[in-house]
Design a protein around this ligand. Structure first.
Ligand code: EPZ
Length: 434
């Protein structure tokens, strides 16, 4: 099982480049199910979840080529034949985003058999809102033996209103609606940039969509969609993680190939904490230390609020800030798995339900720690970059799910980080979804 060995103390200096957004690539790859033509996606990150999605689509009969060499960030997908529209449990259990094939399969093939994703490290992760929307569009759904079986000769346009804002729920039902008969109006949609990324691809494929990126999306169903080429947006969470890496090590780090529009909440919070941020171009932002690093509260919200996927990384920074930072996690019920590991490194953090109180600054000392989920792992890396001594991070396969060449990128700006054990290889048998 791979480990990271990190010696803390080096300020990160230089330019670090952001890869494509994993959480855009996953729905966009699933969108290929909606057409018999070939889809080409550029700026796909080389991370394990993409490999998992490739396996999932291939298991259903799709032809999926993930590029290599200079084309390594390109994938071409052809779902001309979908011989087996089933998302099997052994794949779904490693990546809950597999449920994104549900809507497109019903829309394209009239049926889908998808293993229920089950819970994961950060919460129960139900998909009841996906199911409710598909039933409202005329699908009949049976749940048995841990699988969902959905059928519809042709989905009908409907007026959907999400009880809760759900990112993949919005994406799943958007993909169902584009081939439905008639108009679908979706209220209380997720406004995340990844939803807009998916909508832009669908429109390039011939879909008729208005309002993506706002709370209300209107879709006029069409009878078929054609192929398209599309470039995925930069990963805003990877970019935010690098901004905090620059801040916590008091370096001078330029984050390039990002989209600063998608980082507003993170940038304004870092400025509130006294970090110096300069937006040098729409895709370039520079982070340097200010006079002092100050405590600042966060409350995770759906986009455009402070992202839950940045909560763990921000907590690592808060351990170094002067004063008390209150961190409220409003999206997931169990997203404090990183707290105990940070405490073992010397952080002063108290958890009460969905709130954590961080008192700083604390001198962190290197330790052997355990990664539990994707963003908790990133938090432990950030803490280790500033801890005194050499930390060992176990189970870094969690990192490999969503961060491309993480250790190489950090080495490139001065971090002392090495990977021990096998070179990155999908370890599905160990993996758990999150
Ligand atoms: C997406 O997960 C992201 N994953 C997550 O990123 C991210 O943390 C999350 O959105 C919130 O921003 C992908 O896009 C692949 P939700 P998703 O449905 O769609 C409840 C990462 O680190 N809910 O927006 O699964 C749910 O329990 C990952 O990259 C229902 O109750 O999250 C949660 O409390 C982790 N019923 C809330 O809604 C449903 O049917 C938001 O979940 C669906 C969701």
């Amino acid at each position: 099982m791979d480990k990271f060995v990190i010696r803390g103390g080096n300020p990160l200096v230089g330019t670090i480049r952001v890869s494509g957004a994993k959480n855009s690539a996953l729905p966009c790859m699933a969108a290929a199910i909606l057409t018999e033509d070939e889809i080409t996606l550029e700026n796909i990150p080389q991370v394990r979840d993409i490999e998992t999605e490739r396996r999932l689509l291939a298991s259903m009969g799709a032809q999926v080529d993930l590029g290599t060499g200079s084309n390594q960030h390109r994938t071409t997908i052809s779902c001309r034949t979908l011989s087996d529209p089933v998302a099997k449990y052994e794949i779904v259990k490693t990546m809950r985003a597999s449920s994104l094939v549900l809507g497109p399969l019903v829309a394209r093939a009239g049926m889908a058999r998808v293993a229920m994703p089950g819970g994961c490290a950060i919460g129960g992760r139900p998909i009841d809102l996906h199911i409710k929307g598909l039933e409202k569009m005329g699908a009949t759904i049976v749940q048995e033996h841990g699988y969902l079986e959905a059928r519809a000769s042709r989905l009908k346009g409907a007026h959907l209103a999400f009880d809760k804002i759900t990112v993949t729920g919005t994406e799943d039902l958007l993909m169902a609606a584009v081939l439905a008969d008639g108009e679908t109006v979706m209220e209380n949609c997720a406004r995340e940039p990844e939803v807009s990324d998916l909508a832009a691809l669908l429109i390039a494929m011939g879909a008729k969509i208005e309002g993506a990126g706002t709370s209300t999306i209107r879709v006029q169903g069409v009878t078929s969609l054609h192929g398209a080429n599309y470039r995925i947006h930069p990963d805003r969470i990877e970019a935010g993680t690098f901004l905090i890496a620059g801040a916590i090590t008091r370096g001078d780090l330029t984050v390039a190939d990002c989209n600063t529009e998608h980082l507003r909440a993170v940038i304004s919070k870092l400025e509130e904490a006294g970090v110096r941020i300069d937006v040098l171009a729409p895709d370039v932002v520079r982070v340097r230390p200010g006079e002092r690093l100050l405590a600042a509260d966060i409350s995770t919200e759906e986009y455009p609020g402070f992202p839950t996927d940045m909560q763990a990384q921000y907590m690592a920074l808060a351990t170094q800030a002067e004063g008390v930072s209150l961190i409220k996690e409003n999206i997931f019920e169990n997203r404090f798995m990183h707290v105990q590991e940070l405490v073992r490194m010397g952080a002063n953090i108290k958890v009460d339900g969905r709130s954590a109180t961080v008192r700083g600054p604390a001198n962190l000392s290197a330790a052997a720690v355990m990664c539990s989920d994707l963003r908790a792992s990133a938090s432990l890396v950030l803490a280790a970059l500033v801890a005194d001594g050499e930390s060992i991070l176990d189970r870094v396969y969690h990192m490999d799910r969503g961060y491309e060449r993480f250790e190489a990128k950090l080495q490139g700006v001065g971090a002392e980080i090495q990977r021990m054990g096998n070179v990155f290889a999908p370890k599905e048998k160990d993996a758990v979804a999150d």
